[in-house]
Design a protein around this ligand. Sequence first.
Ligand code: PLP
Length: 400
Amino acid sequence: MMGYGYRPEWSEGALKPPIFQTSTFVFSSAAEGKRFFELAHGADPEPGERPGLIYSRLNNPGIEIVEDRLCVWERADRALTFASGMAAIATTLLAHLRPGDTILHTSPVYGGTDHVIRRILPEFGIEPVEIPAATTEERFVALARDRRVGMIYIETPANPTNRLFDIALARRVADRLDDGDRRPLVVVDNTFLGPVFQRPLDHGADLSLYSATKYLGGHSDLIAGAVVGTTEAIEPIAGMRTFLGTMLDPWTAWLLMRSLETLDLRMHRAADNAMRVAEMLAGHPKVQTVRYLGLLREGDPQYDLYRRQCLGPGSVIAVELDGGEDEAYRFLDHLGLIHLAVSLGGTESLAEHPATMTHAGVDPAVREADGVTAGLVRLAIGVEHVDDLLADISKALAEV
Ligand SMILES: *Cc1c(COP(=O)(O)O)cnc(C)c1O
């Protein structure tokens, strides 16, 4: 992945690809400009012919290198990058759903996604239907009765509870709903684990979608999004991105490319730290429950799914403190090293209160049903020295 898609001899021997900080590209002749536009509008290329560079809303060399490298992780046909995770999600939904369609979706999902699916899509005649957390294949298929399902949208593990959903099951259901004309797309938000610890395309997903702001970017210094998947599923999204203008910019693409080089190191180190933190929390008298994939045990159906679907536990921990909002706030206000901030996946550890912060906009009844309680704190563990993290958390728990 690290050297893929670029050779130093293309740019004066520069080890790193330069940033093509340009809005537009010069054509060598009017005929060439005409041909580039024909190709951009879908004309079939001649043997050996490649689409030319036109304008940075359509394509840009640095952005294409990052997209090619994202494909390597998941052996995807094609990847697209976006201005944010929400831009990636919104562009994907608009590209593949039409008025009269139903979107079957898991819950909880990221607060912004919840807003788009439950509040905005209905205004465009698209009906959201929630898939129950523990569903059978038959009940899942029955949700589609008398409905035209355009997409099955899954967030696994779910933000903020780490609940897993079976991607292969969703694909089996999608195949059963294929009417010969159209099969619902299976789309997975893989922000929490991937691509190091989960590869949805291997389990039958058509698209794997990211807030690249989180682990992919990894340093809490950029906002970006990505979608990777099959050519068939990606192409309509590429077209929609061109016309909505939700693409990434060259400078952020360059930062993201730099970050990909340490993705595997960062995610493994953070997961090792998170395991230690989760074990400490699980044995603490002021803690009610710890939801962390690394603590799942045999006998739990989520454990079987974890073994089948995931390659590691990641580093987000949902911890429920004894008590409610007061106790959670006392804990958060007494953390020192760990900053009180939303977001996750950066080198530094962060903590937040989902019920009143990231998931404040979610319907309270939905929040309650999904286990996003007043005592729940989300910890996003980073790559610091684990002893410092354990000391900080112990000190804050002592003040609860
Ligand atoms: C943060 C996040 C998003 C939204 O991404 P942005 O880059 O903030 O737009 C979507 N899904 C999940 C799971 C997230 O954590």
